[in-house]
Design a protein around this ligand. Structure first.
Ligand code: OAD
Length: 251
C-alpha cells in the first residue's frame, strides 16, 4: 500500500466536463465512436502572447479581460466529472488510512475543489480570483472583470488583473510541490501534455529520486517515455479505475 501520492493534473481532466484543452487538434476527441471531450485547442483559437503574458496585458488589457471573463463564465456551466470525483475520494480514503495525498494542478478552473478535493495546489492560479496590481490584494469573483473595476482594499480603479500565472511568471507553490515530492512514493500525471515547465519537469525530478510514476492520458504525452507506467483512455474511465486499483495493492 502506498503511503504518499502526489498527483499532477492538466486540462485533460476537465475536458469531459466541457472545458477546452490548450493544445489538442481543433475539433472533438473521440475514443471509438464516443466523444470524450469538447476540444477546441484554446491556443489554436487565441495567440497566447496576446492573452496569457504580462506584455499582452499591458498592450491590451481589455482583450485579456474578455478572454478570462469568457472562461470564468464557463465555470458556471460545467460540473466536476467522474475523474475529479475519484481524486477527491482517493484523498479522503488515503487520509483516513493515515497516508498522504497532494493534488497539484495546472488547471485554473475550480472543478477539483467542487468535487471535494481539499489539499489542492493550483500552480497556475485561479479563474475565480483576481488581483489588484497596486496593493496585491487577491479576492474572489465569479463576475466579469473590467478596467473600470476598483479594488475593494485600496479602492484604486484600473489595477485589477486575473489571478492567473502567465507565461514568463513564476508558478505558485513550487516549494510545497518540492516538499510533497520529496516525501512521495508515487507520482501520477493526469491529462497534461507535458509541454509547460516547471510542471512538465516534475516527472524527470521524480525519476531522479527513483519514485515510481504513472501517466494517465487520452494518448501518450511528450514525456511518456519518462514514466514508469502509462494507461491511456478517457480520464472519466481510467482515473476511477486507477483509484480503485490503489486500494487493491496494485501499486
Ligand atoms: P494541454 O492542452 O497542453 O494538454 C491536454 C492533455 O490532455 C493532452 O495530453 C491530451 O491528450 C489530454 N486529454 C484530452 N482529453 C482528455 C481526456 N478526456 N482524458 C484524458 N486526457 C485527455 O493542457 P495542459 O497540459 O494542462 O498554462 O497545459 C499546461 C498549461 O499550458 C496550462 O496550464 C496553461 C497552458 O498554456 C497557462 O495558461 C499558463
Amino acid at each position: 500500500m502506498v503511503k504518499n501520492i502526489v498527483v499532477l493534473t492538466g486540462a485533460g481532466i476537465s475536458a469531459e466536463s466541457g472545458l477546452s484543452t490548450f493544445r489538442d487538434e481543433t475539433g472533438k476527441i473521440e475514443v471509438g465512436k464516443t466523444e470524450v471531450g469538447k476540444i477546441g485547442g484554446i491556443w489554436a483559437e487565441y495567440d497566447y502572447r496576446e492573452v496569457a503574458t504580462p506584455e499582452g496585458f499591458l498592450a491590451n488589457p481589455a482583450l485579456v479581460h474578455e478572454f478570462y471573463n469568457k472562461r470564468r463564465a464557463m465555470l458556471l456551466e460545467v460540473a466536476p466529472n467522474a475523474a475529479h470525483i475519484a481524486l477527491a475520494d482517493l484523498e479522503k480514503r488515503l487520509l483516513d488510512q493515515g497516508a498522504g495525498f497532494t493534488l497539484v494542478t495546472q488547471n485554473v478552473d475550480d472543478l477539483h475543489a467542487r468535487a471535494g478535493s481539499i489539499n489542492v495546489l493550483q500552480m497556475h492560479g485561479q479563474l475565480n480570483k483576481v488581483k489588484c496590481v497596486r496593493c496585491e490584494h487577491i479576492f474572489e469573483t465569479c463576475n466579469d472583470v473590467s478596467l473600470n473595476d476598483s479594488c475593494p482594499e485600496c479602492f484604486e480603479v484600473g489595477g485589477i488583473r486575473p489571478h492567473i500565472v502567465w507565461f514568463g511568471e513564476i508558478p505558485h507553490y513550487l516549494d510545497d510541490i518540492d516538499e510533497a515530492l520529496s516525501d512521495a512514493d508515487l507520482f501520477v500525471s493526469i491529462g497534461t501534455s507535458g509541454s509547460v515547465y516547471p510542471a512538465a519537469g516534475l516527472v524527470g525530478a521524480v525519476r531522479q529520486m527513483n519514485i515510481p510514476s504513472l501517466e494517465l492520458n487520452l494518448v501518450a504525452s511528450e514525456n511518456a517515455a519518462l514514466f514508469t507506467h502509462g494507461v491511456y483512455g478517457p480520464a472519466t474511465v481510467i482515473v476511477p479505475e486507477w483509484v480503485e486499483s490503489v486500494f487493491e495493492d496494485n501499486y
